[in-house]
Design a protein around this ligand. Structure first.
Ligand code: FES
Length: 76
């Protein structure tokens, strides 16, 4: 598909889903979150305090996992 008008959505490994804005996100509970930013980060890890928008909380989880890996490597 090479439709130039197609909206780009980019999945960041271990992070958010980046969506070209503006966006209107409708949640299962009926609430609506809107953002008029050029690029909007939608939380995919469910740890964001501003869910459904990413607040970079996913980075703490990645860092903690990386720290655990380095501790395990050092112990081996
Ligand atoms: S993806 Fe960033 S806080 Fe969830």
């Amino acid at each position: 598909m090479t439709d130039p008008s197609a909206r780009t959505v980019r999945v960041v490994p271990g992070g958010p889903v980046m969506v070209e804005g503006p966006v209107r996100v409708e949640l299962p509970n009926g609430s609506v979150v809107e953002s008029d930013r050029f690029m909007v980060a939608i939380c995919a890890c469910r740890r964001s305090k501003t869910y459904p928008l990413c607040d970079t909380s996913h980075r703490r989880r990645q860092r903690a996992a990386a720290d655990e890996d380095s501790v395990q490597s050092a112990a081996e």
